[in-house]
Design a protein around this ligand. Structure first.
Ligand code: PMP
Length: 461
């Protein structure tokens, strides 16, 4: 890979960066002391920075999106061809790739054959809330079933309602008042069981808490519960096997829609095409984004049961009975073309199988690091893996944010980019994580494991 900075020197780009850029999720104070990282090229699982240094991308584009890896000419060609033919047409008019993407997604999830396309994961979740609320308002005009229940530690997005439905307090802290109508249930992390119990003798209290909250909020007022099948940004939390059958049964009993946020877990990230398929449950709505077009284009989807969609079929004179919602760029023809080609690659190259096999190899190897005094818990599914770090294994006090940052920097020096989730709230989790492109092979996994080993081994408490 050559390093082409578009005619700028690295110093020039770094200066413009410092002068003008306001990055996502970033404390810019950092860049007073260190160079801002600038990524310029990628090929396969390798990413190269503006200084010419190459890394294994253990984060699939920073936020677990680039499932098929970098340098996919066929996606680029599919997008270019579509942009030349017709880049865009929106509103009530469709384009061929938009139509075919809906068909493709429906074939992957036959129980959810109605497909609503938008631009980002947050939007896909907002749409799911709007669909759930209006669905019940059409179905039961005399009731007001509108509340959304969410879990501690799950994340559902940046827009205010998506944020209100997120269980990460530190992300919400400064943005209130947030929309009302949201209620929280505990997380499903056995390592730090909210109820102080141990699986399997716990009666799955974390799942049963859904019923308690529905009753507390009033069963006629609850529309939906939203859950990440495997919590990603809140600490990589795969629930135990029976968790979702308890959740589904409670949803059925109280007629509450089960929305699964597969924004991260979709498209083979966890070793099956969708994360919920590990648990054999049947959700009412699924949202998806990142791996849908692997970051080559921005696109997301909200897919629903036919029975939900049918509730929105109204006579022409009813101007608010259909789903009165639009995203200007939702269904963009170029984005749809990218998603279609991306899914084709995932299927043809059997990336779900590779994600399962390489994920197992990764977790088995990282588990050996549990011998280290600061490694509290290694967990994950497929290529979505977290290493929870503690100062002390007995108290489970989280390892400091500063040390986590140092470990990430040490891993980078070993040529591997990994991430850290810091919550630094007492009793919570500070976790290192990796989610490489799903094309990674054993050699790549060994390099990631080695970087963890070296970087963690350097830490002296
Ligand atoms: N849901 C989950 C599970 C996510 O991890 C994210 C983003 N990290 C979102 C929703 C929001 O997606 P976006 O940033 O595309 O709006």
């Amino acid at each position: 890979m050559s390093t082409d900075l578009g005619g700028f020197s690295h110093e020039e780009l770094a200066k413009i960066h410092r002068d003008h850029l306001w990055l996502h999720l970033t404390n810019h104070k950092l860049f007073e002391k260190q160079e801002p990282p600038i990524m310029v090229e990628g090929q396969g699982v390798i990413i190269k920075d503006a200084l010419g240094k190459e890394y294994i991308d253990g984060l699939s584009g920073g936020v677990w999106a680039v499932n098929v890896g970098y340098g996919r000419e066929s996606i680029v060609n599919a997008v270019c061809e579509q942009l030349r033919r017709l880049p865009y047409y929106a509103g009530s008019m469709a384009t061929p790739p938009y139509i075919l993407l809906a068909q493709k997604l429906a074939s992957l999830l036959p129980n959810l054959p109605k497909v609503y396309i938008s631009n980002s994961g947050s939007e896909a979740n907002e749409k799911s809330f709007k669909i759930a609320r209006q669905y019940f308002r059409e179905k039961y005009p005399d009731k007001d079933k509108y509340k959304i229940i969410y879990r501690d530690r799950d994340y559902h997005g940046t827009t205010l309602a998506a944020l209100a439905s997120s269980g990460q307090r530190e992300r919400k802290a400064k943005f209130g008042p947030l929309p009302e109508g949201f209620a929280e249930i505990p997380h499903a992390l056995c390592y730090r069981c909210h109820f102080g119990k141990s699986y399997p003798g716990c009666n799955l209290e974390c799942a049963r808490a859904l019923e308690t909250v529905i009753q507390k909020e009033g069963e006629d007022s609850v529309a939906a519960v939203i859950i990440e099948p495997v919590t990603a940004g809140g600490g990589i939390i795969p629930p135990v096997a029976e968790y979702y059958s308890v959740i589904r049964e409670i949803c059925n009993r109280y007629e509450v829609l089960l929305i699964l946020d597969e924004v991260v877990t979709g498209f083979a990230r966890t070793g099956l095409m969708f994360g919920h398929q590990h648990y054999g449950i049947d959700p009412d709505i699924i949202t998806m984004a990142k791996g849908l077009a692997s970051g080559y284009m921005p696109i997301s989807a909200t897919v629903a049961r036919k029975g939900i969609f049918d509730q929105f079929l109204v006579e022409a004179e009813d101007v608010s009975g259909y789903f009165r919602d639009i995203s200007t760029f939702g269904g963009c023809a170029g984005c749809s073309a990218a998603a279609l080609e991306n899914i084709k690659i995932i299927e043809e190259e059997k990336l779900a199988e590779n994600s399962a096999a390489m994920g197992k190899y990764l977790i088995d190897n990282l588990k050996e690091l549990e011998e280290l005094p600061i490694v509290g818990d290694v967990r994950g599914k497929g290529l979505l893996v977290g290493v929870e770090l503690v100062e002390d294994k007995k108290t489970k006090r989280p390892l400091s944010e500063k040390l986590l940052a140092q470990i990430v920097a040490d891993a980078k020096a070993e040529g591997v980019i990994i991430g850290r989730m810091v919550r630094s709230v007492p009793g919570h989790n500070n976790v290192l994580y990796t989610a490489p492109p799903l094309i990674i092979n054993r050699e790549g996994i060994e390099k990631i494991v080695n970087a963890f080993r070296v970087a963690l081994g350097k830490q002296k408490l």
